[in-house]
Design a binder for this molecule. Sequence first.
Ligand code: ADP
Ligand code: MG
Length: 473
Amino acid sequence: MLELRNIKKNYPIGGGVVEALKGISLQFRRSEFVSILGPSGCGKTTLLNIIGGLDQYTEGDLIINGRSTKGFKDRDWDSYRNHSVGFVFQSYNLIPHQTVLQNVELALTLSGVSRAERKARAVRALEEVGLGNQLNKRPSEMSGGQMQRVAIARALVNNPDIILADEPTGALDTETSVQVMELLKKISSDRLIVMVTHNPELAQRYSSRIIRVLDGRITGDSAPLSEEELNAERAADQAANEKAVREKKPSMSFPTAFMLSLKNLCTKKGRTALTAFAGSIGIIGIALIFSVSQGMTSYIELTQKNTLSSYPLSIQAASVDLTSLMQTFMDLSSDTAEHPLDQVYERPALQEMVSAMNNLETTENDLVSFKAYLDRQMAEEQSALAGAISGIQYAYDLDLQIYTKNVDGVIQKIGRRRPDAGAAGQRHGRPASHGGFRRGGLHGDGRRNQRRLAGAAAGPERRGRQRPDYQPV
Ligand code: ADP
Ligand code: MG
């Protein structure tokens, strides 16, 4: 027996609440055909949804077969909806791309029934509603009355105790409405049917009990349960509960789920193709961005390498360590010493600077040994140094007193070849500019014995191409 005890339902809307049901108490017989009548918006659909477990009540209690639903878990509600209730809607709610048989079978796929039995039960349910010869039609090829009969077959296929119908004839003409009502009346012989309708005539003619609802309250009940009936129903519930076996948990097997998805993909080819296309655009876009960023990174690395390798390293016979000078200048610019107030202090800045310059350290490099070392290394093809160096230039700081006449007839002094006029440009044989001889030396700094040695670190692409080239002096 199904029993509602003072059921209330509030819908929170914006700041306030809509009281859809304001306290409904009802008992239903195990098998009867109940019609619920009432104007639009009075709460009929809300009531039906609460009975069917599609919606939760705010207050009160719903007793199903003697069991309160207050402590129901999701899994209990699933089992109730799946095994005890069948729904019929005004708009049929059939799946358009599946056949009539598949639509009815679908209601069983969640019940863990085998494939063969599923089909047999679906065929039986469709035969019961008079559609045994239309199994392979699609819903779009049927009339409204036929579609509603398919929906009733779908509700029946699980053999539920209760069938809930929300205005099942709302979209049908009088003739087909009568057929549907006849069918509902037939199946109400051994189960409870609760039907919401707008049509009092049909309700009067076919149902065994009429409940009138107004504004969330019951205003009339044509056949409430008598005391004896109530006691009998309660006793039956108790007896049934005692030998109740737990229903199987609703589940869909993996192959069934897979086949359903595959079928869905195949029936909507256009949509599937579009989705695949859109998905691939996204993937290709990501790959494109990734490859461009990779390319940029390696290009920057290559540029860095090439730029750095074109700078020559030059080693001179004597070098000056400027670090101590810089240190003195930096110390001069910042004065962090604390002094008492109202006194004048001396700051020997100039003296410190001069003494720093005086104390500059000069380092003498042993270029003779270094040249011998380099010669040894460069003669050896396997040496790491030879691979890293693309060329070596030696310059000797001699001021030659040789004069010549140029093409304009002007007498000019022949200079040394510039040792540092672009190591990259000059190191391969011919000098890059002006025949390579310049007047005067770049090292006119008075150090007669200064020699300059210039080499360049180079990338592996220049490896082994170059022998040390000794400049004429
Ligand atoms: P009926 O089916 O009798 O036409 P309903 O049960 O659909 O009426 O609705 C009853 C009342 O509850 C109406 O005032 C409606 O606006 C309100 N209502 C129904 N469902 C909701 C909802 N989901 N959220 C807010 N208000 C709702
Ligand atoms: Mg409604």
